[in-house]
Design a protein around this ligand. Sequence first.
Ligand code: F6R
Ligand code: MG
Ligand code: MG
Length: 379
Amino acid sequence: MGERITLSVIKADIGGYVGHSSVHPRLLETAERYLAESKLLIDYRVAHVGDDIDLIMTHKYGVDCPEIHHLAWNVFLQCTEVARELKLYGAGQDLLSDAFSGNVKGMGPGVAEMEFEERKSEPIIVFAADKTEPGAWNFPLYKMFADPFNTIGLVIDPKMHQGFRFEVYDLVKNERVEFSLPEELYDLLVFIGAPGRYCIKSVYSKTTGEIAAVSSTQRLNLMAGRYVGKDDPVCIVRCQSGLPAVGEALEPFANPHLVAGWMRGSHIGPLMPVGLDQAAPTRFDGPPRVVAMGFQLAGGRLVGPQDFFGDVAFDKARQTANEIANYLRSLGPFEPHRLPLEDMEYTTMPEVMAKLKNRFVKVGRQEDLEPATEELGAK
Ligand code: F6R
Ligand code: MG
Ligand code: MG
């Protein structure tokens, strides 16, 4: 039997280079150096997508471990110092508090963690996205674990045929609910089709009861009650032997779906799968991007990463995403490219409204109409 391992992916935007596009190499070096000194970890990798630093860590202390969270917090503090020295953009933006309180959840950084018994062979994928929100994983997780047109294993692998259990968070009411698929597929879709509010937090195999996937669910803008940056989520998926094959986990990204985020966190755009060397958003601060890092675990050691979306097989998806991006950009400030009023992270509406408030007049009933309009009506 394998040993119990915890995989923790903790991420934060500590300052952009240049603007909100990428992470300066010195921040990545600082994070590497700090994690290398830690005695808590079995192994680690430092990666980035866009302006977000991802700490990928393995250890034996379970999820929500205060020491591991504190370690990540301290890495981000060290990186913040470098970011301030280089005057990087938005230095320290995701550290919402000055003092660490035992768990980074609710303090700014995003977290996806799972504890499991390492199998005879343990292939996993860490997905990380920039310029979008946690609900961006709803569509691909649904495809991977519930759609037989994506995952043929659901039909022809006896270890998958029973289906999967989905845990969904309501980010507004702070509640969780579970669905058993395939029986409750239609019920699940009522919720996860609204990814701004309902997010798939985790997925479990019904055959083994084992955890199969977990996502980060923080919505910084809601937590802070004001705009503090995009959530830019991460997601871990275990693969093979009764779970989606690596290729089934990657397949949903061949058809770039639309996600909320992009420029000023206030637009809809295609989620573009990219290699690690293309993970720096440019056009209109985007389009939103996702990378996929594959690892084999060996006693908790991270063997990898394999840069899956760097492959030519995703060239067409990038081309499609660019075509969708072109079309959406042509709509400029109009919905549905620009998000509905209540979902935008930036707005000038209160100021504009205050300025114009005396110019609004009632419409509809005759006695409410302005004299000029009445005269027109009398003709
Ligand atoms: C979106 C994002 C960027 C910024 C934009 C304006 O998540 O990070 O698109 O919103 O560059 O940034 P500020 O307001 O800092 O000038
Ligand atoms: Mg940023
Ligand atoms: Mg970001």
